[in-house]
Ligand binder design. Structure first.
Ligand code: SF4
Ligand code: SF4
Length: 483
């Protein structure tokens, strides 16, 4: 990583957090309202994500919620497909794939997730902060409002802001709960009499208070102090990682514009000379930063890659007629050595693991059936002679209906064709998301037996639809002795 001194700064910024004063008290950050092409892009993208997030629990596929993560009752639905504890291997594999994906993605693109898609950033910067700008104004006005004595103007603005913040937090808490307990259950809690769902309503209030606390008060500290992704990203990024970066080669030595600089530029000469760089030390990139850092100090843990400083600096460069991109998406190596290799060995290795995991995940999803059947020889039973030259084996079955719909089922002997299967249990239907157990008898003529173990193939059917095939073996009389 480039030494900050190489970039013209000093190391003092590493000794403290920007939002903490020397006496340990928190300093409130008043970021200037961003504007520019990246901010516009992020605004549009955040609206798309917000629509998806808020509609997710209410979109139904085949009557099932698009996404349900009911940890309490162990009900999980992904893209309308219900998952059972039997599908745990898929959940583990999906989790592993996600972790590797995040590691790989971070190694290549840094914290793009934080700046563009993280719900914390989206809610804070694209919803709560925008409302704050509307009510309290941009940074200087908001700062002076906080500093002035309490008067009517201050009280009504604060009251309005915090009422809207709490209402929004209440809405977010409801959506959050809808992902956990299901939208139908949530609507029941809301519409039933209060005393029928005290626990559910209490959860909504607690979640609302937590969200309000995070978005109204805690803010950037969630990214800097709490978020584990933010903490371990320093172990994932390297000099090839593409991130919001200050081009110190172009920008240094920084300095305010002098009359001499202006005269030179008016004659069409570039700002950069041997004595000075393109950074005019205007502080605009720092003023817009929601975590309060100075991007010119290099990649820092507090940077959430929100791109606000890119927009701010591009605007400055436009005003002084210099090319944009003094702060831009770039890797440190591409700034130090323009011919660097974009894909490092580590990135290639991560990509390989990711492709293998995605392939495995795809395979396991493709072979996942609607039912999960377990068939075992009935414990304590021996091979039975049913009549002269015909033997029988008793089996017990356990069938899980992974769907949400009731289904009729039937178990048939597919091979060998000489045998026959008779259900002992009369039960022939399974409610959705339940299991059924029972017994059946397979009889086999002696002529079809192939020694002690005769391979068989059984089919679990719903109507004429084969749901699952199970391979078993029929135990012949010689081992058990027959009766
Ligand atoms: S906005 Fe650009 S020119 Fe201004 S201080 Fe930041 S890097 Fe330098
Ligand atoms: S340094 Fe730039 S990209 Fe990073 S958080 Fe601050 S404004 Fe956003």
């Amino acid at each position: 990583m480039a030494d900050v001194k190489e970039q013209g700064g000093d190391e003092s910024f590493r000794d403290h957090l920007y939002n903490v004063a020397e006496d340990g008290k928190r300093l409130k950050i008043y970021p200037k309202k961003p504007a520019g092409r990246f901010y516009r892009g992020r605004t549009w993208f955040s609206w798309l994500l917000l629509v998806l997030l808020f509609s997710g629990p209410f979109i139904k596929i085949n009557g099932h919620q698009l996404l349900l993560l009911n940890i309490l009752e162990r009900k999980f639905v992904l893209f309308g497909i219900p998952f059972w504890p039997q599908d745990f291997h898929l959940v583990v594999l999906s989790g592993l794939t996600l972790i590797v994906f995040i590691v790989l993605f971070t190694a290549i693109y840094g914290r793009v997730w934080c700046g563009w898609a993280c719900p914390q950033t989206i809610f804070l910067e694209m919803v709560f902060r925008k409302i704050e700008y509307l009510i309290e104004g941009d940074a200087p006005r908001a700062r002076s409002l906080d500093r002035r004595k309490t008067d009517f103007n201050k009280v009504w603005k604060k009251a309005l802001k915090h009422s809207i913040f709490f209402t929004l937090s209440f809405l977010i808490a409801n959506v959050f709960l809808a992902y956990i307990i299901g939208s139908d259950e949530l609507i029941t809690i809301i519409t039933d009499p209060i005393d029928a769902h005290i626990g559910g309503l209490l959860s909504i209030v607690i979640f609302s208070l937590v969200f309000y606390g995070v978005f109204a008060k805690f803010r950037e500290q969630a990214c800097i102090i709490v978020c584990p992704y933010g903490r371990f990203q320093s172990a994932l990024v390297d000099e090839n990682t593409i991130a919001v970066t200050y081009d110190f080669k172009r920008g240094e030595t920084r300095g305010h514009l002098t009359r001499e600089d202006k005269n030179r530029m008016q004659e069409g000469a570039p700002l950069k000379t041997e004595q000075r760089g393109d950074c005019i030390d205007c502080h605009q990139c720092v003023d817009v930063c929601p975590t309060g850092i100075d991007i010119r100090n290099g990649i820092q843990l507090e940077c959430v890659n929100c791109t606000a400083c890119i927009d701010a600096c591009d605007d400055v460069m436009d005003k002084i007629n210099q090319p944009r991109g003094l702060v831009r998406y770039a890797s440190l190596n591409s700034i130090k050595h323009p011919n660097n290799r974009l894909f490092s060995k580590r990135v290639v290795a991560y990509s390989g693991v990711l492709v293998v995991l995605m392939g495995l995940l795809g395979y396991f999803f493709s072979i996942r059936g609607d039912v999960e059947a377990t068939i075992l020889r009935q414990r304590g039973t021996l091979t039975t002679r049913l009549e002269e030259g015909v033997y029988g084996n008793f089996f017990q079955f356990n069938i899980v209906n992974k769907t949400f719909d009731a289904m009729e089922f039937d178990i048939r002997l597919l091979q060998p064709s000489e045998g026959s299967l008779r259900m002992i249990t009369e039960e022939r239907s399974i409610e959705g998301q339940t299991r059924v157990t029972g017994r059946f008898l397979i009889s086999m003529p002696e002529t079809a037996l192939k020694g002690v173990q005769t391979p068989m193939k059984l089919g679990i059917f719903s109507g004429d639809k084969l749901l699952e095939e199970v391979k078993m073996s029929f135990q012949g009389p010689s081992q058990s002795g027959g009766r």
